[in-house]
Design a protein around this ligand. Structure first.
Ligand SMILES: [Fe+2]
Length: 346
């Protein structure tokens, strides 16, 4: 059974403290008492509280403000309810602006206070059950991958595989877990910009592109970065998408970045997505064998690819390449587009 929610009750009037403490204890709360701002701050430093209920005025001084600030700083998840004998709307507005959950006039009805606390805890629990960034990446990844595969069925699974290999390679390159999580989304969405090209027909045509078609397709990294959205948490994701066709020697597109002007996640993505493109059948080519792929990467060392990233990728390829290439075209509908990938399964 979970422990009762702990509430810090602060007032310099012993009668009020006693009345409210008894009522809230009956309602299932565990109560800690404090009679001053100093005692309240000390308790906030020692114990974890789900809520703080505090008087605003202590013998003429507005110590409640100080307690509110301390609670916001020390325990930002705790709901703070202020109590005052001064019926001033202005004070209520200030309290809410200062981060208080609610504001009650004295004398406080214990039943009303208990109801407010219960509601605050319910709302906070709902907040905690909200979608995390990882879950949003899963959902968005499935949507974006389905959209890309709709216009270019030859790339079915390319995003998912790129995502998995990218995560493994990025980890070997020392990229931290939070950045790798964002990189998963960039890996899935790197070709998203193709959806917005004026002519989609040549994406699935057999044979090489004409110069005009090649120029048109070069717009897709920038288009993808623009169209994925402008949320602040997607800023790096968009940058890596924009970089996925840049080359180490500066001859890539669209910005002709060279060397470490291209971010590390962008360089990782560039290596991995080329590998998967070579290893699988496309409208314009058959799947390459592992040795041909390995030879290609060697010839492109310091041309297309960062040699340090290649040094991390080639052992990964030597260990997993045969298995990856034996069954690279998995069926998204069977696997489930939004299931998390298991990096231990090649
Ligand atoms: Fe691309």
């Amino acid at each position: 059974m979970s422990s009762p929610p702990r509430v810090l009750l602060v007032d310099d009037e012993a009668r009020t403290l006693d009345l409210l403490a008894r009522a809230l204890t009956r309602e299932g709360f565990e109560i800690e008492l404090a009679a001053s701002a100093r005692a309240a701050t000390s308790a906030l430093k020692r114990f974890k509280f789900e809520a703080v209920v505090t008087d605003v005025f202590f013998e003429g001084s507005s110590d409640g403000d100080e307690i509110l600030r301390a609670a916001r700083e020390l325990q930002p998840d705790a709901a703070v309810v202020l109590m005052t004998g001064q019926p001033a709307l202005e004070g209520a507005v200030q309290a809410i602006k200062g981060g208080a959950y609610d504001y009650l006039q004295k004398p406080v009805d214990p039943v009303l206070l208990s109801a407010k606390l219960q509601r605050a805890l319910r709302e906070r629990n709902l907040d905690r059950q909200g979608l995390g960034f990882g879950e949003l990446v899963e959902i968005l990844s499935g949507m974006v991958a389905n959209t890309i595969e709709r216009i270019d069925p030859y790339t079915a699974g390319h995003g998912e595989r790129t995502r998995r290999y990218c995560d493994m390679l990025a980890e070997r390159c020392g990229v931290d877990a939070a950045t790798r999580q964002k990189l998963e989304l960039a890996a899935i969405a790197h070709d998203y910009g193709k959806v917005f090209l004026d002519d989609l027909g040549f994406l699935t045509k057999a044979g090489p592109l004409t110069p005009a078609e090649y120029l048109a397709v070069q717009r897709h990294p920038t288009l993808g970065a623009e169209k994925l959205g402008h949320h602040t948490r997607l800023k790096e994701v968009c940058q890596w998408i924009a970089e996925h066709h840049e080359r180490w020697d500066g001859t890539g597109y669209p910005a002709r970045k060279r060397g470490k002007e291209i971010s590390l996640p962008g360089r990782v993505l560039g290596v991995v997505e080329v590998f998967d493109s070579l290893a699988t059948k496309r409208s314009y080519k058959d799947a390459w064998g592992l040795q041909k792929v390995l030879d290609f990467f060697e010839t492109q060392r310091e041309q297309a690819f960062d040699p340090d990233v290649l040094d991390q990728f080639l052992p990964l390829l030597a260990a997993n390449g045969e298995a990856w290439m034996a069954r690279p075209q998995f069926d998204r509908s069977q696997r489930g587009a939004t299931k998390p990938l298991d990096p231990t399964v090649p």
